[in-house]
Write a protein that binds this ligand. Structure first.
Ligand SMILES: Cc1cc2nc3c(=O)[nH]c(=O)nc-3n(C[C@H](O)[C@H](O)[C@H](O)COP(=O)(O)O)c2cc1C
Length: 373
């Protein structure tokens, strides 16, 4: 009965979103809509009554979706990916939207205004976004102060990145910037992600180079902290570069990888729109297959030794399940929520139960890597 009611609820909200809200949203500038949604989310998170109403409309739970990974209890495997809640303003409301965990940021050592506007576009035919924000955020100090003493009801990931500035191009300066952000969050959140794959920052992605990454992780190793660390990687790396990163990660305190960030490659056959802005990285269906390939590659190469968080183009339970069967223990999304509506989190979680039951699994952890063992 519970499942039937949830399904009916999600169908009604999905219809309302696609027929009314999305049409209105898609008439406006995407960054303006994003900013307005942050405002709505902040308001809804402020009061118990609005949090409870949101949970009534969007939450879904099932024991088959619960996992303990690296000592952290995840109520379900779906999270909002880094980049939507850049300044950690939504952590009071995201649990009510049905997420099993949440990741904020990316947060940089110094505050950063980001790249000049426009810096966010929709590729509607491709079901993707083009992102050229350039790590706009309030900076580690302000965001850490915002989160200090905050209690969260679901696990919280802190994504850190190198400040988008000429001043951090040199390797040592870049490392100091990462370390500044890392140290501010030692006692905040449940895990940390080191984002080495922002496609829109000064100096490119220098820490995808094994030698520079080694230097960065040597410094991170010297800092006493007990939280697991993930590396977020680009879908545009070749296998040699990935092998280098895996090798370095194995020598340091890295628990896993987030696969993947945005793709910059314009020669992607999933691009269906005639015009694509020159700058920026692409999300959604354009990056989905690249992310899935990387999940499989790392899972097989390391025999499942690292925890993988799959990210890119998840719009449905089937999409999420593909990543899980490829080797992802957890899944993140942004673009799917924008195109499908916020009820998609509940739809994915409910759909996963049917897919797990179909394949004879009693818990999601049993399906992880099933296609690549
Ligand atoms: C508006 C926007 C901003 C983003 N900003 C960040 C960021 O600051 N840090 C990061 O690691 N990834 C960022 N990303 C990448 C996402 O976290 C994710 O890796 C990518 O969008 C693929 O997932 P999706 O297809 O579900 O959107 C951003 C994505 C979008 C759409």
């Amino acid at each position: 009965m519970y499942n039937i009611i949830i399904k009916a609820r999600d169908t009604i909200i999905s219809f309302f979103y696609k027929v009314i809200l999305k049409r209105i949203f898609f008439l406006s500038d995407p960054e303006d809509v994003h900013d307005r949604m942050i405002g709505v989310g902040k308001f809804l998170g402020r009061y118990a009554i609005t949090r409870r109403t949101t949970a009534f409309l969007f939450s879904y739970s099932h024991p088959m979706l619960e996992q303990n990974i690296l000592g952290i209890n995840f109520f379900n495997p779906i999270s909002l990916a880094a980049g939507f809640d850049k300044n950690a303003e939504l952590i009071d409301i995201l649990p009510s939207v049905g997420f099993g965990f949440m990741e904020v940021g990316s947060i940089t050592g110094e505050p950063c205004a980001g790249n000049p506007k426009p810096r966010l576009w929709r590729l509607v035919k491709s079901k993707a976004l083009v992102v050229y924000y350039g790590l706009k955020n309030d900076g580690a100090e302000a965001i850490a102060a915002r989160l200090k003493n905050k209690k969260t009801t679901i696990p919280l990931g802190i994504s850190i990145a190198k400040t988008n500035s000429e001043k951090t191009i040199e390797t040592e300066a870049g490392i100091s910037d990462y370390v500044k952000a890392y140290e501010k969050f030692i006692n905040i959140g449940d895990y940390c992600t080191i984002n080495i794959s922002c496609p829109n920052a000064y100096g490119g992605q220098p820490f995808t180079n094994a030698e520079s990454l080694e230097k960065l992780l040597n410094r991170i190793d010297t800092i006493l902290a007990s939280k697991p660390i993930f590396l977020k990687i680009s879908p545009d790396l070749n296998h040699d570069e990935i092998d280098g990163i895996i090798e370095v990660a194995g020598r340091h305190k890295i628990s896993g990888f987030i696969c993947t960030n945005l793709t910059k490659n314009r020669n992607n056959e999933k691009i269906k729109d005639a015009a694509v802005p020159e700058k920026g990285g692409m999300s959604g269906k354009v990056v989905e297959e690249l992310a899935n390939e990387l999940i499989s590659y790392i899972y097989k190469k390391t025999n499942g030794q690292f925890v993988i968080i799959g990210c890119g183009g998840v719009f449905s339970a089937k999409d999420a399940y593909k990543k899980i069967r490829a080797g992802a223990s957890l899944v993140q999304l942004i673009t799917g929520m924008i195109y499908e509506g916020p009820q998609v989190i509940s739809e994915i979680n409910q759909g996963l139960i049917s897919l797990l039951a179909r394949d004879g699994f009693s818990n999601i952890s049993e399906a992880v890597g099933a296609d690549n063992r």
